[in-house]
Write a protein that binds this ligand. Structure first.
Ligand code: IMP
Length: 202
């Protein structure tokens, strides 16, 4: 029986986005940070898929509950897909988003706008209490521009969406959540979770 899913992230921005996108499911979404203790997971995978699976599986086994995890990365064509899986630590261990964004802008300093194409990718992993895991992904395409906007988090203020003529950080929470990499992956996850709910007779 599936009546709650633990969210395997301590990133409050991700928690807010994921809760909002999954809010119409008839199960409870419980951030792992709301428990007295939760596992600290080392994200040492070579791919977003490996990291997302590891997070969902370890959290599911720890709590003996269903768990959902997200691993995301920005892939810049001119940089051969980097920083990709290394996006969180692009400017070094424990670096800030500001440092990551500056490093990326610096790496593209003399690159013309038409060659600054990039995609943001999210991999969502859903794990059952025994650690059996399913993966779903979503992508959004854009270009890297100088900082604009104050909404969102991470690379949002340098990720420009041509269709909207705005960076993700200039879009409202609702619009980002309707078009983002995370939203696309979670729409697929939602279908899976709905099936699990109907199988468990809820
Ligand atoms: P992770 O998925 O938490 O490992 O995130 C990888 C990196 O991408 C971190 O630097 C995050 O801040 C950043 N990031 C993750 N999701 C988003 C997003 O939706 N917008 C902008 N940056 C993000």
């Amino acid at each position: 029986m599936i009546c709650e899913i633990v969210l395997a992230t301590s990133n409050r921005h991700k928690v807010k986005e994921i809760e909002s996108i999954l809010k119409d499911l008839s199960i409870e979404i419980v951030p792992m940070t709301s428990f007295a203790s939760y596992p600290i997971i080392i994200e040492d995978g070579k791919t977003l898929e490996e990291n997302a699976s590891k997070k969902a599986r370890e959290v599911a086994i720890f709590f003996r509950k269903w768990a959902i995890a997200d691993d995301s990365g920005i892939e810049v064509d001119y940089l051969n897909g980097n920083p990709g899986v290394h996006s969180a630590r692009y400017a070094g261990e424990k670096c800030s988003s500001y440092e990551n964004n500056n490093k990326l802008l610096e790496a593209l300093k003399n690159v013309p706008q038409e060659k600054r194409t990039a995609k943001f990718k999210t991999v969502i992993a859903i794990s059952n209490p025994k650690g059996k895991t399913l993966l779903l992904d979503g992508e959004i395409f854009g270009t890297i521009r100088s900082c604009a906007g104050t909404n969102g988090f991470g690379y949002d203020n340098i990720f420009y969406i041509p269709e909207y003529e705005r960076t993700l950080a200039e879009l409202s929470f609702e619009i980002k959540n309707s078009i983002s990499h995370r939203s696309k992956a979670l729409q697929k996850a939602k279908k899976v979770i709905k099936k699990l709910i109907s199988f468990s007779g809820k």
